[in-house]
Design a protein around this ligand. Structure first.
Ligand code: NAD
Ligand code: WQD
Length: 345
């Protein structure tokens, strides 16, 4: 397939591009590099032997989108481009709604104009809010997100669902990611947060490499196994392979196990919850490094526990995860130690 990958220079996008190229697909990346580096393109070439086509552009610009769709007849779009920092979204809601929601509407309009009818969208477990129980199934109700970032994901899902209802030719796959961590085993691509990381694993690896002094554990009085927050961490390579498997939704005739619908929703997680202290422990044992930490107050908006039921993705797409928490800890560290400054040389 010829696939347009928006946000393909970012963390999850770059890993997915590697798997797409390895599977024989032709990839063009559209990215404005607002949260990534063009060095990623050389790294992808090192891993796969192929440099993906790259178009520096912005989904907020209808002209950029028109130009990129004039490059080729794309069979589908995998849409990663978006702003994703929860805290920043509280400070800058308009920027988040404009970039994520308006950007996606522009993209969908450009797809319609250029007769491209298939899209896979990066959604998030954040749309479930604070779930009534765990594991979380796809048919759980969406609850109000606790921040504008989460709300953009929920609104975009609704837009895609409505567009699929209105157009029988349009096909959408909504992938709800749980907590992606880890990196490609080569150590050539990985997560490169700007400034102090908001998320747990990059914080741990930056403590391990000596950039940060100690980890703050946000609360130890949750209703969980050891009082710290429980999440469903998924290796980014497994997550990337979930996108590859989702392409089957655009070929229903040859995949009778997939529900006959033009809009599909799948959880992508491992189905297993891990607490903050369990993740710290796994990292320490896997890499023989001590991570100093202190217990801090809860972080606003955090929930106790969140993990997925992923039976639907297995039954319909034949997808399941291969990597465990030790693999994730190893690969996150391998990336960090080989790139202490991320993509900055
Ligand atoms: P990332 O920031 O590493 O990648 C996003 C990419 O999109 C970046 O390369 C950035 O430069 C690009 N981008 C942003 N706005 C753009 C615009 N207007 N035009 C063109 N390019 C633009 O983030 P990621 O972790 O790889 O996440 C990818 C997607 O998955 C995002 O939509 C994110 O919301 C979603 N998601 C991420 C997580 C997570 O924990 N990382 C969890 C659930 C969902
Ligand atoms: C995990 C656990 C924290 C940092 C976020 C977004 C979500 C999705 C994935 C995009 C929690 C604890 C964290 C630290 C800590 N992104 N923690 N000290 O909050 O589950 O999800 O990323 O869609 O929308 O909200 O992930 O990695 O921030 O936190 O104790 O320095 O680690 O309290 O229990 P989260 P996280």
């Amino acid at each position: 397939m010829k696939i347009l990958v928006t946000g393909g220079c970012g963390y999850i996008g770059s890993h997915t591009v590697v798997e797409l190229i390895d599977a024989g697909h032709k990839v063009c990346i559209l990215d404005n590099l607002s949260n990534s580096s063009s060095l990623v393109l050389d790294r992808i070439e090192k891993i796969t032997g192929t440099k993906p086509e790259f178009f520096k552009g912005d989904i907020k610009s209808k002209d950029d989108l028109n130009d990129v769709f004039n490059l080729a007849n794309f069979d589908c779009v995998i849409h990663f481009a978006g702003l994703k920092a929860v805290g920043e979204s509280v400070e800058k809601p308009l920027e988040y709604y404009e970039n994520n929601v308006c950007g996606t509407i522009n993209l969908l309009q450009a797809m319609r104009e250029h007769n491209c009818n298939n899209i896979i969208f990066s959604s998030s477990a954040t749309v479930y809010g604070s779930p009534k129980s765990n594991p979380i199934f796809e048919d759980f109700p969406k609850l109000k997100a606790t921040n504008p970032y989460g709300e953009t994901k929920s609104v975009i899902e609704d837009i895609l669902i409505d567009n699929a209802k209105a157009n029988a030719n349009f096909n959408a796959v909504l992938l709800r990611y749980f907590n992606p961590i880890g990196a490609h085993k080569s150590g050539l691509i990985g997560e490169d947060p700007k400034g102090i990381p908001n998320n747990l694993m990059p914080y741990i690896t930056q403590v391990a490499v000596g950039k940060l002094e100690r980890l703050g554990v946000f609360g130890n009085d949750y209703n969980t196994v050891d009082g710290t927050g429980v999440r469903d961490y998924i290796h980014v390579v497994d997550l990337s392979l979930g996108h590859l498997a989702s392409l089957k939704c655009f070929d229903l005739d040859n995949n009778p196990q997939i529900e006959k619908s033009n809009c599909h929703i799948y959880n992508l997680g491992t189905g297993k919850g891990t607490s903050v202290l369990e993740l710290v422990d796994a990292f320490e044992s896997a890499n023989d490094i001590e991570i100093p930490y202190e217990i801090c107050p809860r972080r606003a908006g955090d929930i106790d526990e969140c993990f997925a039921n992923c039976d639907k993705a297995f039954k319909e797409l034949g997808w399941k995860t291969k990597f465990n928490i030790v693999d994730m800890a190893n690969d996150s560290w391998n990336w960090q130690i080989n790139n202490p400054q991320g993509y900055q040389l």
